[in-house]
Design a protein around this ligand. Structure first.
Ligand code: ASP
Ligand code: MG
Length: 486
């Protein structure tokens, strides 16, 4: 075997043992949380894996930085600096709880330098009295820049050889400030140049999520909640063996356990199923953000940092066949149904467009639509613009709206082509009044609208119908038995 070939094989081994671990704001919110995170990462290293860690800003820091930025933008320099001072203390206190000796002194000095430059930036914004998207990105970037530095130092302090990597050198994006688009080829080459050698040297790289930079080095962000996206980009770029998204739930469940104590953990789910669930209110993660990993067939795990022994949920491009038609039932509350009656006008050219234009002009997203010859029913999230929207619509139609509605969404790849499923669904809830029904174009979800007050009963009835004999290869029935005994 040639030397080049051998070297290539060694790189491949590194890649399969490489695991990108993403920790959100609550997993790094204080010294206690960072220590728990450190132990989870140690556990992976002890298994022979090579973790690359992506962290969010400490909990609530991004929100507070945005408040400081907008205060400065209004010219309220004192308010902005007071907020920054509180953040400075919180970060230094956390570092003091985690670090000792020189490592603390160096880290503290670095944190102070960062906050000094944040103060300068806020003063500049206040002086100009204007906050541009570009400057706003610069301000919020401090959250992840500093959290990642503290976590890297904590890893070093606790024997994991942390290595801080500035995300802005790796996550190269366009200049769409506030929600930049990553440039995957550039990201891949930067990661291989800057991060892979650290992994090979036995270090634990720590990268701030959410932030990036243009190829000219101007700071950008990937949009709120963007750290999951960073994890997928890092995993995809390094062709990692797996990506782990550490949260505070045991993965994706068959339904909300607060409504239905019988809910089971879903062991494995397809990307498409997870995407449907996220859209309909399951808050675990936004699957669009893990697309870069899915496209490269890298499995993504959702895991619980408060229960690290739990196996979580594996999200993969293709889910194994499942004997149960549905994987999960989600409920989205606080919806309003709007009925628009427009007589024969409805189907005339351009009419629907004028209806949707009204929603568009109020930046109001529509969840579900059903039409008949003379009327159209829409559901939207209840919001205070609804009276104004309806007033505008009543110029072109008769309009009624009714709040306190909820959407039930049932997702499963295995309902594809199965007849009789909707019969089972609606007979399980025959005593409940169903308003709008839609079988999503994706063919893997069935959703319908009911009264908000009927949600708990409907979810329990449907769960009993479809999860009485769950397929043990897909659902954690052992976990349910253990929970029932406890
Ligand atoms: N810190 C960012 C936010 O709060 C990104 C993230 O946490 O994923 O939106
Ligand atoms: Mg998040």
């Amino acid at each position: 075997m040639s030397a080049a070939r051998k070297a290539e094989e060694r790189v491949d081994e590194t890649r399969t043992s490489l695991v990108v671990m993403k920790f959100g704001g609550t997993s790094v919110q204080d010294a206690k949380a960072i220590l728990r995170t450190t132990e989870i990462v140690r556990g992976r290293r002890e298994k022979g894996l090579s973790p690359v860690v992506v962290v969010s800003a400490m909990a609530k820091v991004t929100d507070q930085l945005l408040v400081a930025a907008s205060a400065a933008g209004r010219g309220d320099k004192a308010g902005a600096l007071a907020l920054a001072a509180r953040l400075r203390n919180r970060h230094i206190d956390t570092a003091a709880d985690l670090l000792h000796g020189d490592l603390f002194l160096q880290t503290e000095a670095a944190i102070r330098r960062r906050f000094d430059s944040l103060d300068d930036l806020l003063r500049g914004i206040a002086a100009v009295g204007e906050l541009t998207p570009r400057t706003s990105d610069k301000v919020v970037s401090y959250g992840e820049r500093i959290s990642s530095q503290i976590v890297a130092a904590a890893f070093t302090q606790h024997g994991l050889d942390g290595a801080h990597v500035d995300a802005r050198k790796c996550i190269i994006t366009d200049d769409h400030y506030g929600k930049a688009t990553p440039l995957e080829a550039a990201i891949e080459s930067q990661l291989n140049e800057l991060v892979l050698p650290l992994v090979k040297a036995g270090k634990t790289p720590v990268i701030g999520g959410f932030i990036g930079a243009t190829s000219d080095g101007i700071t950008t962000t990937l949009g709120r909640g963007g750290s999951d996206f960073t994890a997928a980009l890092v995993g995809g770029g390094l062709r990692a063996g797996a990506i782990e998204i550490w949260t505070d739930v045991n993965g994706i469940m068959t339904t909300d356990p607060r409504i239905c104590p019988d809910a089971l953990r879903v062991k494995t789910i397809s990307f498409e199923e997870a995407a449907e669930l996220a859209y309909f209110g399951a808050k675990v993660l936004h699957p669009a953000t893990i697309l870069p990993a899915v496209q490269k067939s890298i499995p993504v795990w959702v895991l619980n940092s408060h229960n690290a022994a739990n196996e979580g949920t594996r999200i993969s491009a293709l889910a194994p066949p499942c004997a149960s038609p549905f994987k999960s039932i989600a409920a989205k509350k606080k919806l309003t149904i709007i009925d628009i009656v427009a007589g024969r006008m409805l189907m005339t050219h351009g009419y629907l467009k004028s209806v949707f234009d009204v929603f568009n002009s109020f930046e109001c997203a529509i969840d579900m639509v059903s039409t008949s010859e003379v009327s159209i029913s829409l559901s939207v999230e209840s919001n205070d613009k609804l009276p104004a929207i309806c007033a505008e619509l009543s110029k072109i139609a008769d309009v009624k709206f009714e709040g306190n509605k909820a959407l039930i969404c049932m997702v499963g790849e295995d309902i594809r082509g199965q007849s009789g499923i909707s019969g089972r669904v609606f007979s399980a809830i025959r005593h409940i009044n169903v308003r709008m029904i839609s079988q999503g174009a994706s063919e893997i979800n069935m959703s319908f609208m009911i009264e908000e007050s009927d949600v708990d009963e409907a979810v329990r009835a449907l769960h009993a119908e479809f999860f009485a004999n769950p397929d043990p290869t897909v659902f954690d029935i052992v976990g349910r038995a253990v929970a029932a005994k406890a």
